[in-house]
Design a protein around this ligand. Structure first.
Ligand SMILES: [Zn+2]
Length: 485
């Protein structure tokens, strides 16, 4: 077993288990062996097969991303940043998912490899990857070096649009049950993977596209295995209106009645809830009945992904209220770029805008969410922290790079200024996966070329999928007109 020692790091964000929070430590050593951190402190005197000079270095715990769709989101670069329907309360989700879809597994392979590279290069070491199962996914996740929580998605229904006002559903419950069983098979294969870095999450896709039976069975399958359960909920006003029409309850209230909420449940977004200003359903004003009080009391987690909603003009109201309600907050990258540092920055700034209060979310709050909060959501107390006994998932940030300077408060330099540009080296389970900013395990340039070709194939199929038969350029025009010649 080889031991690596990061010697005399200028700054370390270390975990204070007694106070249950991250703290700065200065000029300390961090040693790891066998995939686990063995020492954090001054003057490491044990054996070291490899020594890393810690000067000009900030050591962070690897970031934990609890919501991403690598199989297609990178292919939406240039397509979805300004795509949304005013008639559907600004969301473009339903029109886009009908018109634009992955045409083949080669598309998914290129997109996923490209996304995994973005994630690793920005310091993400643990990833909850929510994708429809595709051939080669497990092998690619293993090869990436990431700590991957594979969440094969399935549903009893697909969204269907034939106009730009009304969200409709095409139900096929038997297909949902078949896909559920296939998903469990993949989850179990991931959990048995010899790397020990792969795991699974039970993932019925959306609260409005699954039957009560499928949701209950899914939750039970997760509990039986002792693994997390995740579902999208509260992601649009249209979804809220549909759930009120079907059940006379909000999605959160219906989910609570099904027994879906509790520790180990990760809710994708939970943003358009009863108290949100775009919804304003009456229970939101009653502290005993409000969705947020239920989420806090249940002890579940929310995967907060600021970017896609901010592009529609929406934000969580607000990050600080959720924390104070007792919700475990994690962060995710629901769209490209897969950059959890940018999500931290947006989470903090948008919380303050939503609350009109600078105290709504601190840098420490959002960093906790991107590390320990996410780890708690994934039912892991050995991730997202630099402490003896934790897994050796580490990010080494270059303090000498100009955007980190002056490094008076290096976490602020990282979150508000340099972001991924300062990530130098990344280790997962003690294995180096990024060196000098370059991903060692995957082919980033090659994946980019294959992704560009895959995006062309996806766009070619748009007129046959769109309910008005439009082209991709008609649905989402270029940001500037293309001049002749
Ligand atoms: Zn999502």
């Amino acid at each position: 077993m080889t031991t690596t020692c990061i010697r005399a790091a200028d700054w370390v964000v270390a975990w204070d288990a007694t106070a249950a929070r991250h703290v700065y430590r200065r000029h300390v050593d961090v040693a790891f062996a066998g995939g686990a951190i063995t020492f954090v402190g001054p003057g490491y005197a044990g054996p070291a097969d490899a020594v890393v000079d810690g000067r000009d270095t900030l050591v962070l715990p690897g970031l934990v991303d609890v919501h991403a769709h690598p199989h297609h989101e990178p292919a939406f670069r240039g397509i979805r940043e300004e795509h949304g329907l005013p008639n559907m309360h600004m969301t473009g989700l339903y029109e886009r998912s009908q018109a634009f879809a992955a045409p083949d597994d080669e598309f998914r392979r290129a997109s996923t490899e490209f996304a995994y590279c973005e994630l690793l290069a920005s310091g993400v070491t643990s990833l909850l990857d929510i994708s429809p199962a595709w051939d080669g996914w497990l092998d690619l996740a293993a090869r990436s070096g990431l700590r991957a929580f594979l969440a094969p998605g399935y549903a009893s229904a697909r969204w269907r649009l034939d106009n730009d006002v009304e969200l409709k559903y095409a139900w096929d419950e038997a297909a949902g049950q078949r896909a559920f069983r296939a998903a469990l098979d993949l989850v179990d294969r991931a959990r048995r993977h010899p790397s020990g870095r792969l795991s699974g999450v039970v993932s019925p896709m959306q609260i409005d596209t699954c039957t009560a039976e499928l949701l209950r069975d899914s939750h039970a399958a997760a509990r039986d295995r002792g693994i997390p359960f995740t579902v999208h909920i509260g992601q649009s006003v249209s979804e809220m209106q549909e759930m009120l029409r079907r059940h006379g309850q909000t999605a959160v209230q219906w989910a609570e009645g099904l027994g879906l909420l509790g520790p180990g449940t990760v809710l994708g977004h939970a943003m358009l809830i009863d108290s949100h200003s775009w919804v304003r359903w009456w229970t939101g004003a009653d502290p005993r009945l409000a969705d947020l009080a239920r989420l806090g009391a249940a002890g579940c987690a929310v995967a907060h992904c600021p970017t896609p909603f901010a592009r529609y003009g929406q934000t969580l109201e607000d990050f600080g209220r959720y924390l104070r309600a007792g919700v475990t907050m994690g962060l995710g990258t629901d769209t490209a770029p897969h950059n959890l540092v940018e999500e931290m920055r947006k989470a903090a700034v948008l919380a303050r805008i939503a609350a009109r209060d600078i105290r709504a979310a601190s840098t420490a709050d959002v960093f906790h969410a991107a590390t320990v909060g996410g780890a708690t959501a994934l039912m892991r107390d050995d991730l997202g922290r630099v402490a003896p006994g934790a897994r050796a998932d580490l990010v080494l940030v270059d303090l000498a790079t100009p955007l980190m300077q002056p490094a008076r408060d290096p976490l602020r330099s990282f979150v508000y200024h340099a972001a991924d540009r300062a990530v130098r080296d990344v280790y997962v389970d003690g294995r180096q996966v990024v060196r000098g900013g370059a991903v060692l395990t995957l082919d980033r340039a090659g994946a980019g070329e294959r992704l560009a070709a895959a995006q062309v194939r996806m766009m070619a199929a748009v007129p046959s999928r769109d309910y008005k038969g439009r082209t991709a350029d008609e649905i989402t025009p270029l940001s500037l007109p293309l001049a002749d010649g």
